[in-house]
Design a protein around this ligand. Structure first.
Ligand SMILES: Nc1ncnc2c1ncn2[C@@H]1O[C@H](COP(=O)(O)OP(=O)(O)O)[C@@H](O)[C@H]1O
Ligand SMILES: [Mg+2]
Length: 250
């Protein structure tokens, strides 16, 4: 068994006076892809935000890697959020978005060539066109935005990559190539990944382990073949669920 990169023990978190995470225990094996599934509102995004130290929690989150764990902003974690809130009145280009992340000085100083070269390399690394740099973030497609956000999450190179429903709202063709890219990053660079997804076929194909959250607790966990069964999914998602992609209708 691969030793865990992250151990989570008795993690509790309350938001707005409500207990959202209630005694979460989980391990994320080093170099693995773990899927996190559960109904809307079960606490998936909250769990990712706790790992990022964005919200207060009690309990233990231990990273077994050489990074400084006490740093308030965990630089060894990459994060692709569920939603990006960009003000459509603000004409922020992809170049500006990347520049704001890469340099700690105001944009009006301009962007040095070394930083522009870095941006080009970042986009190339996620199979995105450099022509995106001139486009307003608001105007690019969902698939293009996911790649730009992934490029940001990969800089600096993370030990752990958190993906919160990264392909929701993008078309099937883009989804497929996005998950191929994720799989390659995992295989070739050994990045440990925690992936929130509702796509049962994605969970099956790309993850080695599945964690199911229900009402802020880990309700079940195991390899996809044990978890992604009709019975288990009905238990997690309720009786109305239909499990088309992996139904064995022989
Ligand atoms: N900042 C907040 N204040 C109060 N309640 C919140 C806050 N953020 C999330 N919640 C609540 O926490 C629960 C879990 O939310 P979330 O982690 O986003 O679920 P999921 O990602 O599984 O859909 C929901 O009931 C949500 O309304
Ligand atoms: Mg969520």
């Amino acid at each position: 068994m691969t030793p865990p990169l992250v151990t989570i023990r008795e993690l509790n978190s309350s938001l707005g006076g409500n207990a959202i995470l209630r005694g979460v225990n989980a391990d994320l094996a080093r170099g693995s892809i773990t899927s996190l599934i559960g109904l809307n509102g079960s606490g998936k995004t909250t769990l990712l935000r706790a790992l990022l130290k964005e919200i207060p929690y009690s309990g233990r989150v231990e990273f077994h890697c050489g990074h400084d764990h006490t740093h308030p902003i965990p630089r060894h974690i990459g994060y692709v959020p569920q939603k990006l809130r960009v003000d459509s009145n603000l004409p922020l280009t992809v170049r500006d978005l990347l520049a704001l992340a890469l340099q700690s000085r105001p944009l009006f100083f301009g962007i040095p060539k070394a930083v522009l070269d870095k941006m080009a390399a970042m986009l190339e690394g996620v199979g995105a066109s450099q022509q995106l740099l001139n486009r307003p973030v608001e105007k690019i497609s969902g698939g293009e935005l996911q790649r730009v956000l992934l490029a940001l999450a990969l800089e600096p190179s993370p030990e752990l990559l958190l993906l919160d429903e990264p392909a929701a709202g993008i078309d099937f063709k883009d989804q497929d190539s996005f998950y191929e890219l994720i799989g390659r990053l995992n295989r070739e660079q050994g990045v440990t990944i925690l992936l929130v997804s509702h796509e049962i076929s994605v969970v099956n194909r790309h993850s080695q382990r599945v964690l199911c959250l229900k009402d802020g607790r880990i309700h079940c966990e195991g390899p996809p073949r044990e978890i992604v069964t009709g019975e288990m999914l009905r238990d997690i998602f309720g009786a109305g669920v239909s499990v088309f992609p992996h139904d064995h209708r022989h």
